[in-house]
Ligand binder design. Structure first.
Ligand code: ASP
Length: 579
């Protein structure tokens, strides 16, 4: 049997007079005297059915019991709507179906929420995800996702990249998150780790002679969850032998341009600008600067060295932003509390009021020469951070973003891409009291930084790069270490003993000793890219079946308990909760 002749969204004036069948869900139902109107919805759109008891008594009888989300099949004649009934907002709004036969294919219990309801609780939406997925937004998001992946594949394959799958059950691949582990029944007491990314495997593929690899890979990271974090992410993963940064950047720019053009119809300008990590930190207080607005950070450390204001004279750095608004005391107090949350000790300010007056408890300590650096138009507030460079950057970076949003300074419709380059190799981990890799331990030191790995790790820069759009980090990668000796030195800088190096990464070290070509690559977060492309603040709305913020799937209840027997087979014993 043929369920339907045409999709709901495809019908138009050219079908008038034709007898056709349609199948789909009841989007809405309205009773008008004897007539029943049903908006029938399928994946392509919505089409109005008219059920007239005089024309089709049996259908009219059936129509009375119909509720939203029932599944119907309707046959009849496509007719022009009366002029007063034409709906210009609907692509099919000029026509309707005069129903002759109506069949209820499937019924629905009362719905936990209406599909057009705003602000439905997310847990409820996830619990009934199959309903939620029928909403136009989710339909759009997942189509955008599929189209994006298809564009990516086309672009990568056009340049000779080969799609190769790598295992899900593997060994830890450090990307800075906690590992998910899976117990092995056959090797009792041993565990697989789910890959945080195919990092080592893609390097091995290139060492194995596949000199251009890509994969749409699932990566597992046991992280605490936020709006822009989930535990299962999908990545476009790329690696190549004999890499050339100009080639790689141009390829990724071409791919992004195609994604944006085909996804949302926007032409984005290439090549993307580049900025070093140090510059991004200094000017925007962030390694993923949102360039859709100004409010740049300025540095006055030198000019305030001899200041009578001790806080400025003694601070390692003094930086500020100029905000185009004269804040009140109450507003400044709120901003100070905000700055303290980001690690500031206080928030010094100068308000250049509309009346020309300068309001500030610190103005009296500043010389005319110093003040000249900050002098701004009336209606401006200068906000300072006087601290270690990292803290000053963090505080002003956070204030900049906060105020950019709050004061509506962000040009929402802009697309501002930027490559961030020259990352540091290592950062000091206060808690663990040791160096850790900023990207990952396989990242190559920049030429000239190789020696610093052992002598002055904090000063070493990496051949690593990130791609940022509108303040969202969508991609990141690096050139890799292809020399066994250098890799061992980087491991040593990360305080991995030789024994640990062998145990965790012996296979990589062996591979590096057997003709490993220079190589490098990049990975893009598919969901992050979709968030940017779809201007969607919630990463989970870009995923068909995500977990909630507690790492639980409210639909299936996963993760769930397992049978005692299974645990026994695995040699696992559970402690009582709280032990
Ligand atoms: N493996 C890295 C990541 O997942 C990307 C890369 O270095 O290619 O972030």
């Amino acid at each position: 049997m043929r369920w339907r002749d045409l999709m709901c969204g495809e019908v138009g004036s050219k079908h008038v007079g034709k007898r056709l069948a349609f199948a789909g869900w009841v989007d809405t139902r309205r009773d008008h005297g004897g007539l029943v109107f049903i908006d029938l919805r399928d994946a392509s759109g919505v089409f109005q059915l008219v059920i007239n008891p005089e024309r089709a008594p049996a259908a009219a009888e059936a129509a009375h019991g119909i509720r939203n989300e029932f599944v119907l099949r309707a046959g009849g004649e496509v007719t022009e709507r009366a002029p007063e009934n034409v709906n210009p907002d609907l692509p099919t709004g000029a026509v309707e179906l005069q129903v002759d036969d109506l069949e209820i294919l499937s019924r629905s219990t009362p719905l936990p929420f209406q599909l057009d309801e705003e602000g439905v609780d997310e847990t409820l939406r996830l619990r009934y995800r199959w309903l939620d997925l029928r909403r136009p937004k989710m339909q759009r998001n997942l189509r955008l996702r599929a189209d994006m992946v298809s564009t990516i594949r086309r672009e990568m394959e056009a340049d000779g990249f080969l799609d190769i799958q790598t295992p899900i059950l593997f060994k830890p691949t450090p990307e800075g998150a906690r590992d998910f582990i899976v117990p092995s029944r056959l090797q009792k007491g041993r565990f697989f780790a789910l890959p945080q990314s195919p990092q080592i495997l893609k390097q091995l593929l290139v060492i194995g002679g596949f000199d251009r690899y890509y994969q749409i890979a699932i990566c597992f990271r046991d992280e605490d969850l936020r709006a822009d974090r989930v535990q299962e992410i999908t990545q476009l993963d790329v690696e190549m032998a004999f890499p050339d940064q100009e080639y790689l950047f141009a390829l990724m720019e071409r791919m992004c341009a195609a994604i944006w053009r085909e996804g949302v119809g926007d032409e984005i300008a290439t090549p993307f600008p580049r900025m070093t990590h140090a510059e991004a930190q200094a000017r925007y207080g962030s390694d993923k600067p949102d360039l859709r607005f100004g409010l740049e950070i300025e540095d006055v450390t030198e000019a305030t060295r001899g200041s009578e204001f001790g806080v400025f004279a003694n601070a390692e750095t003094v930086r500020f932003i100029r905000v185009p608004q004269a804040f009140s005391r109450a507003e400044l107090e709120r901003l100070e509390a905000f700055a303290k949350e980001w690690g500031a000790k206080g928030l010094a300010y100068l308000v250049f009021a509309e009346d020309g007056e300068v309001r500030s408890p610190i103005a009296k300590f500043l010389s005319e020469g110093e003040l000249a650096h900050f002098r701004s138009d009336p209606g401006t507030t200068v906000l300072f951070a006087a601290d270690e460079p990292a803290v000053a950057a963090r505080v002003l970076g956070a204030l900049r973003l906060h105020l950019g949003r709050e004061l509506g300074l962000i040009v929402e419709e802009a697309w501002r891409f930027v490559w961030i380059t020259e990352f540091p190799m290592f950062e000091w981990d206060e808690e663990a009291e040791r160096w850790k890799a900023v990207h990952h331990p396989f990242t190559r030191p920049a030429p000239g930084s190789e020696k610093l790995v052992l002598t002055d790790p904090g000063a070493a820069t990496a051949l690593a790069y990130d791609l940022v759009v509108n303040g969202i980090e969508i991609g990141g990668g690096s050139f890799r270490i292809h020399e066994q000796k250098l890799q061992a030195q980087v491991f040593a800088a990360l305080q991995l003993s030789e024994e640990e190096q062998r145990r965790k990464f012996g296979f990589l070290l062996d591979a590096l000793a057997m003709g490993a070509p220079p190589h490098g690559g990049i990975a893009f977060g598919i969901e992050r890219m979709l968030m940017a492309l779809g201007r969607e603040p919630n990463l989970r709305d870009m995923i068909a079946f995500p977990k909630n913020q507690a790492g639980v799937d409210p639909m299936s209840g996963a993760p769930s308990e397992v049978e005692e027997e299974l645990l026994e087979e695995l040699g696992i014993q559970l402690h009582e909760q709280g032990n």
